[in-house]
Design a protein around this ligand. Structure first.
Ligand code: ZN
Length: 318
């Protein structure tokens, strides 16, 4: 009850009022009550026992854990994930196969019933599927229906540029790019004749010299210069940038700090998902440095990294 989301509280309270006409008369507009007010009312009128009973009744198709948590299937994520297997291409739909590993019958049934209203899905047990003929069907749908049997490339690529504005501009050139949020990054996703393209921005530099070690981050040993690099941190309050590992801003002591490490981690996770990474930072010294830093960080996840240079983005008038 303490943490139940609004839609649960509302449904439970409305259900409770059905059996209590006098109260119902008093609380006519449950839907306009503030969430916290609603929570107080539920706590005041409904015992934990009858609350659980009502929840079980209303959400009988959903799973409720022993400690009273409601487990809900993640429909948008399923659609997003399975949608990657098939595409609208050249005015046709290419087919795909999505395999779902279910851990829990109740949640699976609930997902199925929810999807029923949205999609025309056919579910099969793994042992009912003839994978060979299924894959033939998929391959067939991916052939361009011309005389030349040119296969659509389903390779996936991640393109990393420096500024979010540039990522946005490039995405506008692509067919129906959709945006997704990954951690602190916005990622544009589009299908091109060469495959799936994800575009995102590193938001500038990611590493710089630490200031605490050596002289401005460089130590001198036996005729060698050793630089110490660390991820760039930025204070969200006063905008100060620093590289040392500090818990608070060295200038204003604020704790709200954005660390480029988070962006790098997200880039590395994205790199894991794709076949190839294209680093398209600016073709200048700064861009080269950013490109090097990013490539070093994501290499363990995906070593298929290419550096591309974009010198100009021009409008094509047709
Ligand atoms: Zn600060």
């Amino acid at each position: 009850m303490d943490k139940a989301p609004r839609f649960v509280l509302e449904r439970v309270f409305v259900e409770y009022l059905e059996d209590h006409p006098k109260l119902k008369e008093y609380f006519k507009n449950v839907e306009i009550l503030q969430t916290e007010k609603l929570r107080q009312l539920v706590l005041k009128y409904i015992s934990a026992e009858s609350y659980n009973k009502i929840v079980q009744e209303i959400f009988s198709h959903l799973k409720i854990t022993d400690d009273g948590k409601l487990v809900i299937p993640d429909v948008p994520t399923y659609i997003q994930g399975s949608g990657r297997t098939s595409r609208m291409f050249g005015m046709r739909l290419t087919k795909g196969v999505s395999i779902l590993f279910e851990e829990d019958d109740t949640i699976f049934e609930s997902l199925k019933s929810r999807l029923m209203f949205l999609l025309d899905e056919e579910w099969m047990e793994e042992n009912e599927v003839d994978f060979e003929s299924l894959m033939e069907e998929v391959k067939e749908s991916r052939k361009i229906q011309n005389n030349d049997f040119y296969q659509i490339d389903t390779k996936s690529r991640l393109m990393i540029v420096e500024s979010p504005t540039k990522a946005d501009t490039i995405s506008k050139f692509l067919e129906k790019a959709s945006t997704r949020r990954y951690g602190k990054l916005s990622v544009y996703e589009s299908i091109t004749p060469e495959g799936i393209l994800l575009i995102t921005a590193s938001k500038g530099h990611v590493y710089d010299l630490e200031t605490k070690k050596g002289l401005h981050g460089v130590e001198y040993h036996d005729g060698k210069f050793i630089p110490y690099y660390n991820s760039i941190k930025r204070c969200m309050k006063c905008n100060t940038q620093f590289t040392d590992e500090l818990d608070s801003c060295p200038k204003c002591a604020s704790n709200t700090i954005e660390d480029k490490k988070e962006i790098l981690k997200t880039l590395r996770e994205l790199a894991l998902e794709v076949d190839e990474v294209l680093i398209a930072t600016d073709p200048d010294v700064e861009g080269e440095k950013i490109s090097w830093d990013i490539s070093q960080y994501i290499k363990p996840a995906n070593s298929n990294i290419k550096r591309i240079e974009m010198h100009e983005i021009t409008r094509l008038w047709t």
